[in-house]
Design a protein around this ligand. Structure first.
Ligand code: KMH
Ligand code: ZN
Length: 272
């Protein structure tokens, strides 16, 4: 069976220290948790960064500091967010794509359409999506196509030329106002993406860990972490991203899937 790529969405843009004291914010905290995530079975981290006082930022300098701190201690792959936080401009969102040389990320996310995001709107008009897709391509990176709803798969297909197919998708399920986290929804999406594409599943909140099991059974990959879920079990905060990765690894193995190493993830995702 194909090894299962576990991605740790470690920081996000929305979670606060008031919600969980275990959210890593400084480069050192992010690196420390990343080392533990790698030991627990993560092949990749999905990275957002924060200012020292915890505000979301897409500053290249802050990304550089976090990426250097991570790479000084572990070989985990680094996938940067181009989603940032609701309301950011395209230039802000693309900050981490400007990093080059040893600071260049391994991958970048690309959300392919606009979507309700709780009570806010995560705005991704088509021109903006094409702009970010072009910048990801120019940076020589492979995008992870983030689909919060079914139509976003169609929107992704329309990026032919800016995105190579078969591609890699991330099904983001259970965001308030978007596609719910349901087994039927997942099954539909798996059938619906272009043949030969790879996929990962990021389910929100209490759905996060059960969807690792569903993804493992279906030959997919999974994303866990504090960006999407704070709890290891009902009422029990995860004491770091690594605890969620460890539980995801256990679930993967239970279904006969070994957590992929970064090298295996590179090969599965056909990263350059
Ligand atoms: N923070 C969300 C508004 C991504 O990382 O590419 C967008 C997001 C998507 O997290
Ligand atoms: Zn994100």
């Amino acid at each position: 069976m194909t090894p299962m790529i576990l991605t740790a969405a470690m920081v996000g843009a929305e979670v606060t220290r008031a919600q969980t004291p275990y959210l890593p914010i400084s480069p050192e905290e992010i690196a420390e948790d990343a080392v533990r995530c790698r030991a627990a079975g993560a092949a990749m981290v999905h990275l957002h960064v924060r200012t020292p006082d915890g505000r979301p930022s897409q500053s290249p300098e802050l990304f550089r500091a976090a990426i250097r701190a991570i790479r000084a201690r572990t070989d985990v792959l680094v996938q940067v967010s181009t989603g940032g936080a609701v309301g950011m401009t395209a230039d802000e969102r693309c900050g981490p794509l400007t990093l080059t040389g040893d600071d260049r990320p391994d991958m970048a996310t690309l959300t392919t359409g606009s979507v309700n995001f709780g009570d806010e709107i995560f705005a991704n008009p088509r021109a903006l999506v094409r702009d970010i897709a072009a910048r990801i391509k120019a940076a020589g990176l492979k995008p992870e196509l983030e689909c919060f709803d079914v139509g976003m798969v169609d929107a992704a297909r329309s990026l032919e030329g800016l995105v190579s197919f078969p591609a890699h998708f991330d099904f983001v399920l259970g965001v308030g106002g978007a596609l719910a986290a349901s087994e039927e929804g997942l099954d539909f999406l798996v059938r619906y993406i272009p043949q030969g594409s790879t996929w990962t599943c990021a389910a929100m909140g209490r759905h996060q860990l059960p969807f690792v099991t569903l993804a493992a059974e279906r030959g997919g990959h999974a994303r866990v972490g504090l960006e999407d879920n704070l709890y290891l079990s009902k009422g029990v905060l995860a004491k770091g991203n690594f605890e969620l990765v460890a539980e995801a690894s256990r679930r993967a193995r239970e279904k006969g899937r070994q957590p992929a190493s970064p090298d295996e993830a590179r090969a599965i995702l056909r990263l350059g």
